[in-house]
Design a protein around this ligand. Structure first.
Ligand SMILES: *Cc1c(COP(=O)(O)O)cnc(C)c1O
Length: 362
């Protein structure tokens, strides 16, 4: 059997609804994001049922798949120059940081007779996308240029945090964004309704009531399927966890030493320096899944007495010596998939059956 990934959408919907409810209290709108699940439609529907205000994805091909769903669509990654026509067609909003791209979007929108909404990204220190916040002249000039363009409308400004530099949102950095929005409103006489804060790393702030007034929008993805606040990795009260499970088939069970025998290479096949602990003779099982299938680092056996020893491109080695179960070759073994990286790679993998995303209790 192919490895099977299962995501419990009832739990995803529950978690998303918790965020939406809280955000409403602060007048904050929420974009439900589908990029981690490759634009999966059932997931998008679960987001809609939970009450999100926008559907967002970083890839236009995913938004295209969701075209028929009646909700404003937002492209999270700056459009590629080569795809502006599609962006204007399938997204109502896009996050942008290059005037050249915004000009191209405007041109395309004029040709199509539509108006495309722009959120201008400001980098507050995480060092991924956006104009550097201290370069005020550049920010004001960019806004000036956007205002003069046909086909596009500046709807707001935004920032992204905790993605590259690991920088957390704080009252200080969010206040910089809020104040900047205020100055731009005054200078250019614009409403700028959207001041888009960050992603799942903002949840702790909003739970503690510390989200600065003036942040009006959040973009949330991974926390709803990890069941955690991101940044401190805290479990949120009233939230569902253990949402994504994976099953893989046992192809070998043997008793073997736990310490390799023979002359050891400096590195393994993956360029890693491995260390082994001699635990004597152990019962080991091999599963038919490996690093080419997905990032295997986030796999936690559901059986608490089983440990993951490591893996290669197509093999995962586990230790079942302490288990009370009598595992057999041909049987599927279950894991909780607990990291963002493991979930997104498993979702995108053609080797894995994504049996996800059905409204069945798993
Ligand atoms: C991926 C992404 C998000 C969502 O991040 P999570 O931490 O998964 O909630 C939000 N905004 C942008 C621009 C993104 O690329």
């Amino acid at each position: 059997m192919q490895p099977i990934l299962n995501m419990n959408l009832i739990k995803v919907k529950h978690n998303t609804a918790q965020i939406v409810k809280l955000a409403r209290q602060y007048g904050v709108s929420v974009a439900g994001i589908t990029k981690g699940v490759c634009g999966n439609e059932d997931f998008a529907k679960a987001q809609l049922e939970a009450g999100v205000d926008y559907l967002a994805d970083s890839r236009i091909e995913n938004l295209k798949k969701l075209k028929h769903l009646d909700k404003k669509k937002m492209l999270l990654r700056s459009p590629k120059k080569s795809e502006v026509d599609e962006v204007v067609e399938y997204a109502d909003y896009s996050l942008n940081s290059e005037i050249e791209i915004i000009q191209a979007l405007g041109k395309s929108a004029v040709n199509k007779g539509v108006l495309h909404s722009i959120i201008l990204m400001i980098d507050l220190g995480d060092l991924r996308e956006g104009i550097w916040y201290r370069n005020r002249h550049e920010i004001f000039q960019t806004v000036q240029s956007i205002v003069g363009l046909k086909g596009v409308k500046l709807e707001g400004i935004g920032t992204n945090l905790t993605c590259f530099g690991g920088v957390m949102p704080t009252e200080e950095n969010y206040t910089i964004l809020v104040q900047l929005a205020e100055e731009l409103r005054t200078e250019f006489n614009l409403p700028l309704p959207i001041v888009s804060g960050g992603n799942s790393s903002s949840l702790q702030m909003i739970y503690e009531g510390r989200l600065p007034k003036g942040i009006t929008h959040l973009r949330i993805n991974q926390s709803v399927f990890l069941g955690l606040e991101i940044g401190y990795g805290k479990k949120l009260s009233n939230w569902e966890t253990k949402i994504v499970k994976l099953q893989a088939e046992i192809i070998e069970i043997h008793k073997k030493p736990s310490y390799p025998q023979g002359i050891q290479a400096k590195m393994n096949a993956f360029g890693e320096i491995q260390t082994f602990k001699d635990k004597g003779i152990r019962t080991r099982a091999i599963l038919a899944i490996g690093r080419q299938d997905m990032d295997i680092n986030g796999l936690h056996p559901s059986d608490p007495h089983v440990t993951v020893e490591g893996g290669s491109s197509d093999h995962l080695i586990i230790d079942i010596s302490e288990s009370e179960q009598l595992y057999k070759v041909g049987q599927m073994i279950e894991f909780d998939v607990v990291t963002y990286s493991s979930i997104i790679t498993a979702m995108a993998s053609s080797y894995i059956q994504q049996e996800v995303l059905k409204y069945e209790v798993v």
